[in-house]
Design a protein around this ligand. Structure first.
Ligand code: AN7
Length: 351
């Protein structure tokens, strides 16, 4: 017999489901856990694994929480869903709402959403509204609209989102046979680090793992409120997914850090872009800039000599590189165009 195809069925015992919860699915979860030999070489860590969450149906980890949030919204008789987003939540909400037959509205920070994410929200038929603010302002508006009955909020302040996202921790324990020594993860609104920590604790309680990992979260240096212990009024980073100045799950991230013996640290935009291109060119894995923040953090801690007592680490690559073609283009100078002859093309290949 094969395992149930549907994420919420597979982990039903650990999720807030009832007999009336629709078994909604787009094939989310069960994403690849891939070894990273070049990173192992560079960092000296025996085992580095990448959890490739860009392989989810809409290309990011958001689908794990969204399938639960939208299924619960359907069960509760919701007539529409809405969210604020730096892009991936919007793409995911729009897809699952389309599947559920619910209208969806997404509120985005004008001018700061990667092109692929915007294309997805539009393609899935969401009402897309750009507001003149960053993500934090957009979330304020979304909360206000939800409170006045304009739709069910599916941001990670919706507890069903965190519940669904914790399934990634279960999968890691299932594949490795235990939790790793350390988890490296980007931090924006801080829902995902909160979810993984809950997942690892529940995995241990349920006998899926013997221990819990150290939780190491990474914010972009220009958007690092948790690192500095203070909200950032005008966050700025190339990693637009984590361009967030006042995370909704701040307390959850601090809890994960402190209870696990981990850390939440900053990585600069150049470190993020360097890790982004390293992953693509040396490991063959194309993630988005925000995801590369986790690997930038791993490399930074290796350089600082802080990885000596870890043997096995997992880095969460939260979203696909295809989300952000504009940043990818900045990695190369202009494309070469030549006549369609072997000689001209050979000359161009040899540079
Ligand atoms: C690729 O889509 O906040 O710390 O509105 O898209 O759980 O917020 C996205 C966040 C990391 C940070 N990597 O996760 C949104 C949004 C990617 C992301 C994060 C996001 P959280």
């Amino acid at each position: 017999m094969t395992a149930p195809a549907c994420l919420i069925d597979r982990y039903a015992a650990h999720l807030p489901l009832t007999a009336r919860t629709p078994r909604l699915t787009l094939g989310e979860g069960d994403t690849p856990l891939v070894r990273a030999p070049r990173l192992e070489q560079e960092t000296g860590v025996t085992e580095v694994w990448l959890k490739v969450e860009g392989m989810n149906p809409t290309g990011s980890f958001k689908d794990r929480g969204m399938v639960v949030a939208v299924a619960k919204a359907m069960e509760d008789g919701a007539t529409s869903v809405l969210c604020a987003s730096t892009g991936n939540t919007a793409a995911s909400a729009a897809a699952y709402a389309a599947r559920a037959g619910l209208p969806c509205a997404v509120i985005l920070p004008a001018g700061h959403v990667a092109l692929g994410k915007l294309a997805q929200a539009i393609a899935f038929g969401a009402r897309v509204v750009a507001v003149r603010s960053g993500f934090d302002g957009a979330l304020g508006v979304a909360r206000e609209l939800a409170e006045s009955g304009d739709g069910t909020l599916v941001n990670s302040v919706n507890p069903h989102r965190i519940e669904g996202q914790k399934t990634a921790a279960f999968e890691i324990c299932d594949v490795l046979g235990d939790a790793p020594d350390a988890l490296f993860i980007p931090v924006g609104n801080a829902g995902n680090i909160t979810a993984y920590w809950r997942g690892f604790r529940e995995a241990k309680a349920a006998g899926m793992a013997d221990r819990t990992p150290g939780m190491f979260g990474f914010q972009a240096a220009g958007a690092a409120p948790i690192v500095h212990g203070k909200a950032v009024a005008a966050p700025e980073t190339v990693a637009t997914a984590i361009r967030i100045g006042n995370p909704a799950s701040w307390a959850g991230a601090v809890e994960a850090r402190d209870a696990s013996g981990g850390a939440i640290e900053a990585v600069t935009d150049p470190e993020i872009l360097d890790a982004y291109s390293f992953l693509a060119r040396c490991e063959g894995i194309f993630c988005e800039p925000a995801s590369a923040a986790a690997v930038a953090g791993l490399r930074q801690r290796a350089k600082r000599g802080l990885l000596r007592d870890v043997r096995r680490v997992v880095c969460v690559l939260t979203g696909s590189g295809l989300k952000d073609p504009d940043t990818a283009r900045t990695l190369a100078s202009s494309l070469v165009e030549v006549e369609a002859t072997a000689a001209a093309v050979r000359g161009a290949i040899r540079g």
